[in-house]
Design a protein around this ligand. Structure first.
Ligand SMILES: O=P(O)(O)OC[C@H]1O[C@](O)(CO)[C@@H](O)[C@@H]1O
Length: 490
């Protein structure tokens, strides 16, 4: 049983619906709620209004992520804004040596996905020619770890010294672009790294630093970062009002990084757009987001499957899983429903990677607590698939695993895992992408964002706020000031 879109994107729910799993009757019983959820999505698309959604300061706030795939005049992504992004990316090409993308949560996770899919793990080890003139890329600000930050600074200083040394005649400085991303404009993790790195690099005679700010664009009530950008004339891009951190991969947060590594922005948004169109279908069996939300919601509510293991097969997709963790956790992990009743809803997300975690987590998935859905992601056709050669024909065990490609072996491993899980009543499902490219990535991520929005409606929780993250923040601010005061006394 599967839902296949014309593009080739497929949601296979064979191991989630049927005997011993969620039943068709369960889905039929939910149809009135699904109809309401679908209407709510329609209203959101047309007006940005989501019943009961309030901003952090308690005022009604629009939800606009579903507008982002549409590159249209007057929209958040317009022909002009996309042209500007492309121009920006081209201007960094062959000019900027290294980009440091600073951000955390939604200001990091989506960018890491785009980077991994476009560039892979060895990007920074490639020559500039191999990178087609695009800069090296580093991430920072997604922790407050002095060791990794120092390592990054040391590496950049080393690279700058080497480049000046090799190019004594021109004495060209090593150009570093710090892309500082924070919707609120003052997040501790991001801004502390920004200050440490900015200061260290500014003091280095071989480095030229330029800063790009990505933050709330409001100039009347500017965020700290916006204010600094205006004062220092830093180029800036927008995290628009109505687009929460975990949805920002489709706006300039993700697209700025996409532009500096030559990722196909238009194909990515086209994938999201076509998925949005598929999700406008009011027939649940034709609407991947509605179907996914319904099956997962029922699996949790009726069958106790309230943990979701997101398990893509392929190294460069692990970051998709990490991106999804924030989407699921911040959107659905809510103590109160929209009526203020305590519900403590949510499905706990778990990052896993195939095949790696078959050799660590699978024991738990197969035999542990019966509370999980394992959600697989697979790529049908790998570019540059590698055949496993028969190099040691006399070693039977190795000869046996030769003669197939690594892509085939990867899929055999995934299918075997899925079969084994369902043989023990362990629910699982599959999102299948014909290829790993910008278009299919856009389809997949948008479908997940939309599915979470449906599930928010089904569970009657506000999927677009994250009040729970304020609790530790309220404690952390004064604590930091205390430490600062103690430090000053010393
Ligand atoms: O972009 P900002 O404002 O720095 O926030 C980063 C992240 O922090 C959170 O607000 C949680 O603390 C996320 O929702 C957000 O993506």
């Amino acid at each position: 049983m599967s839902l296949k879109l014309e593009s080739g994107f497929e949601f296979d729910y064979e191991n989630l619906l049927g005997d011993g799993c969620v039943t068709k009757e369960d889905v039929s019983a939910l149809l009135p709620e699904l109809k309401k959820a679908h209407e709510a999505m329609d209203v959101m698309r047309r007006t940005g209004v989501i019943r009961g959604h309030l901003s952090k300061d308690g005022t009604p706030e629009k939800v606009l992520f579903s507008q982002l795939p549409y590159i249209e005049k007057g929209n958040l992504n317009s022909p002009e804004s996309v042209a500007r992004l492309k121009k920006f990316g081209e201007s960094a090409r062959n000019r900027v040596d290294a980009v440091v993308s600073l951000g955390i949560g939604g200001s990091f996770l989506g960018n890491k996905v785009l980077f991994d899919v476009q560039c892979g793990s060895f990007w920074n080890l490639k020559t500039r020619e191999e990178r087609k003139g695009y800069p090296k890329v580093f991430f920072s600000g997604n922790n407050i770890d002095p060791r990794s930050t120092k390592d990054l600074i040391d590496y950049i200083k080393y690279a700058a010294d080497m480049s000046v040394h090799h190019d004594k005649k021109n004495s060209r400085k090593y150009k570093v672009m710090l892309i500082c991303i924070s919707k609120s404009g003052g997040t501790l993790d991001t801004m502390s790294n920004f200050m440490v790195i900015y200061d260290a690099l500014k003091k280095n005679k071989n480095v030229k630093v330029e800063v790009v700010a990505v933050t709330d664009p409001n100039e009347e009530k500017p965020t700290l970062l916006k204010k600094m950008a205006m004062e220092n004339k830093w180029e800036s891009f927008a995290v628009p009002d109505g687009v929460g951190g975990r949805f920002t991969i489709f706006c300039e947060v993700g697209l700025v990084l996409a532009a500096v590594v030559g990722f196909d922005i238009e194909a990515f948004l086209e994938g999201a757009r076509n998925m949005d169109k598929a999700c406008q279908n009011n027939d649940i069996w034709q609407n991947p987001a509605m179907l996914n939300a319904a099956l997962k919601f029922i699996a949790a509510k009726k069958y106790g499957r309230d943990e979701e293991v997101m398990m893509p097969y392929g190294d460069y997709l692990e970051s998709v899983s990490m991106w999804y963790i924030q989407l699921l956790a911040e959107s659905l992990g809510k103590q109160f429903n929209k009526e203020g009743k305590e519900v403590c809803y949510g499905r706990t997300p778990i990052v896993a990677l195939g095949t790696r975690d078959m050799h660590s987590q699978t024991q738990q998935h197969q035999e542990g607590k019966l509370n999980k859905i394992v959600q697989f992601i697979r790529i049908e056709k790998w570019a540059n698939d590698l055949a496993v050669p028969n190099v040691f024909p006399t070693v039977q065990k190795l000869a046996d695993i030769s003669g197939v490609t690594m892509g085939q072996a990867l899929e055999v491993a995934r299918q075997s895992n899925a079969d084994a899980l369902i043989s023990n009543n362990r629910f699982n499902a599959l999102f299948s992408l014909p290829k790993l490219n910008a278009y299919y990535l856009g389809e997949l991520l948008y479908m997940l964002a939309m599915s979470i929005s449906y599930e928010g409606e089904l569970a009657d929780v506000d999927a677009f706020n994250q009040p729970g993250v304020e609790a530790y923040k309220k404690i952390m601010g004064p604590k930091l000031q205390q430490v600062k005061a103690q430090q000053a006394e010393k």
